[in-house]
Ligand binder design. Sequence first.
Ligand SMILES: Cc1cc2nc3c(=O)[nH]c(=O)nc-3n(C[C@H](O)[C@H](O)[C@H](O)COP(=O)(O)O)c2cc1C
Length: 213
Amino acid sequence: MDEKLIALRRDYLTATLDEVDVSPDPLEQFGVWMEQALAADVLDVEAMALATVSGDGTPSARVVLLRGYDARGFSFYTNYESSKGVDLAANPKCALVFHWREIERQVRIQGVAKRVDDEESEKYFATRPLGSQLGAWASRQSAVLDGRHELEQRWKALEIEHEGNEIPRPVFWGGYRVQPEMMEFWQGRRNRLHDRLRYLKTKDGWKLQRLAP
Ligand SMILES: Cc1cc2nc3c(=O)[nH]c(=O)nc-3n(C[C@H](O)[C@H](O)[C@H](O)COP(=O)(O)O)c2cc1C
């Protein structure tokens, strides 16, 4: 098959990003952008690509949902025995990317993932709908299945087994928090002359730099 070429499809015109307007703290700045993204009704605003690297150096990326952020970092929930869980156990360094296309923005984060403590995972698990709680038990995430029937049978059996009872959090399911060491804020601009502001964590605090687009 001949390569299908995709032409440049649009220019980015809606906003600018200036050093004097941003917070000295990238987590505070993330909060400002997240609020603006929410106000702009960005679809799937909490969806972020998570890139991990396995013990043998193979990279891999997938989308997960941001569940919370504060000065400590960015949290998401998953199966600790999934491919990403195995990667993070071997190498906790990882990257996150948000793309908020409606406001022509990207946020990139690099850092280190740590498991959130059990109590916090339990609290969050308890807020999830019953069906998802059973789903967490039913799915050996990233394992090969014989077919969809296997998953559904397991879910059904668990539903019967747990009927009327509270469902405990599986020990293999919980949160990670990514503690950022680098954060970059990208604002699309005309003629591909985009704004990129990068924060690097140093022993003296966060250092802000402008990068060429
Ligand atoms: C919009 C969206 C949100 C998702 N959110 C999560 C999530 O929060 N946690 C999760 O484990 N997987 C989530 N997934 C599924 C992952 O992308 C992925 O398929 C799964 O975690 C297995 O990844 P792994 O085999 O690399 O571990 C989401 C997928 C999409 C498209």
